[in-house]
Design a protein around this ligand. Structure first.
Ligand code: ZN
Ligand code: ZN
Length: 420
């Protein structure tokens, strides 16, 4: 590890702890299970820096649930076919124990996008569905922002090889780390100040859109002609600054470039074509489009992974409806890198996107303490899944539909089309 790299890794860990999580003195930090995996053991160099940074700001205890993605592959190849409803439920109850005590939660992504390629889609689907089901207790805390939580990335060799197939193996890891550092503003003179300024911008864009009270968004791009209705009480916000139920301002995703809100679950009409592949649990779904009527997916088409996409939108009642609408300018640092990361945390911040499944209650004004059926009546979608897919590009135009049906430009050629 060169001194320069070690320094950047430390700065990055500091950002995750101070801006991402904003850990408070006395809080515990659990680095936990995201769906199937614990924290990939290959990310240990970053995780150790995060632990140091957390203790430095007063964390009381840092607990890491390690995992190994190769064990998942071994399972698919060798475990009995009828065993894929098995799940290590203690990982969820253990994490919930921390969440109940208002401790902080961090997920680290860093995995092989092609891990499950070529495996039996039936078993993969079953494994995903099982994991999603058992994951619900954690999602119920994170989706209502009960505590300060965040997700950040770490480079691992298999992922680096996928993003930089043409480089020599020893250069792949350093290139992926550099790309992560650039996307997370680690290279700026004062990264924490740069983040604050960036977050202020996102907040201002959200405020503008909130003031407009659009009834719908209208998207046009090659293969896309889509209208997404917005509930009357929808709220735009950035993932940059969120306040938890226990009053801690945090940043749930690092990087983040999006301003997002709540689509009305019954008011999406038309067709939308994805602008990037979707990595779903290690399988890529490529060149796909979804057709909506009355808010529900009525047709799916994909050049690759169509069966998995169909399974995804049919996983439960709300899985075929939208739960998030997010705007990202095409000039975001991640889009600027022109890399395909094969990872939603990065690719979603390179492009405007939508999500199938669960909506965030905080995207609805007055949702504090609201019961699920009230939230649904207001247009909020509910599902066991929340899967983002990218639709933005340099060719996308987005308009806001006003109360009286007029169209106002929000984005042109993939860039913000209004001044602040
Ligand atoms: Zn999003
Ligand atoms: Zn999302």
């Amino acid at each position: 590890m060169s001194t320069e790299f070690a320094q950047k890794l430390q700065t990055y860990a500091d950002l995750i702890v101070k801006v991402g999580l904003n850990i408070q003195p006395g809080q515990r930090l659990v680095l936990g299970n995201i769906m199937n995996f614990g924290v990939n053991i290959q990310t240990a160099p970053l995780v150790r820096e995060i632990a140091k940074a957390a203790y430095k700001v007063g964390a009381r205890f840092v607990n890491v649930m390690w995992g190994d993605e190769e064990l998942q592959l071994i399972r698919l190849q060798h475990a009995p076919r009828d065993s894929f409803a098995e799940y290590p439920t203690w990982q969820v109850s253990g994490t919930v124990e921390y969440l109940e005590r208002e401790d902080a939660l961090l997920g680290i992504v860093g995995n092989d996008p092609d891990l499950l390629k070529g495996q039996d889609p039936e078993l993969v689907g079953m494994m995903q569905q099982t994991a999603t089901g058992y994951f619900q207790p954690i999602l119920s805390y994170t989706s209502r922002m009960a505590v300060n939580w965040s997700v950040a990335a770490a480079a691992v060799p298999s992922w680096a090889a996928k993003v930089f197939p043409d480089l020599a193996p020893e250069e792949q890891m350093s290139s992926l780390w550099e790309a992560i550092f650039a996307a997370c503003r680690v290279n700026q003179a004062d990264p924490i100040a740069a983040w604050q300024e960036h977050i202020d911008q996102l907040v201002a864009r959200g405020d503008y859109l909130n003031h407009k009270r659009y009834t719908a968004l209208n998207y046009r791009a090659p293969g896309t002609d889509l209208t997404v209705g917005l509930p009357t009480a929808h709220r735009w916000q950035g993932s940059g600054r969120v306040t938890s139920e226990n009053g801690i301002a945090f940043t749930p995703n690092m990087p983040t470039e999006e301003v997002f809100s709540l689509p009305h679950k019954e008011q999406t009409e038309g067709v939308v074509t994805a602008s990037k592949p979707l990595d779903y649990g290690g399988t890529l779904i490529e060149d796909f489009s979804l057709t909506f009527a009355g808010g529900r997916v009525v047709q799916v088409a994909a050049r690759k992974g169509e069966a998995l996409l169909r399974k995804l939108v049919e996983s439960d009642e709300g899985a075929g409806r939208l739960g998030e609408v997010a705007l990202v300018p095409h000039s975001s640092p991640i889009a600027h890198s022109a890399l395909l990361f094969y990872n939603t945390l990065f690719d979603e911040n390179a492009a405007s996107h939508l999500a199938l499944g669960q909506a965030y209650k905080l995207s609805l004004v007055g949702s504090e303490g609201m019961a699920d059926d009230e939230f649904a009546a207001a247009g909020g979608n509910q599902s066991m899944i929340h899967v983002d897919f990218m639709i933005g590009s340099a060719a996308m135009a987005v308009d806001g539909v006003t109360d009286d049906g007029a169209l106002e430009p929000i984005m042109r050629s993939g860039e913000w089309a209004f001044d602040l």
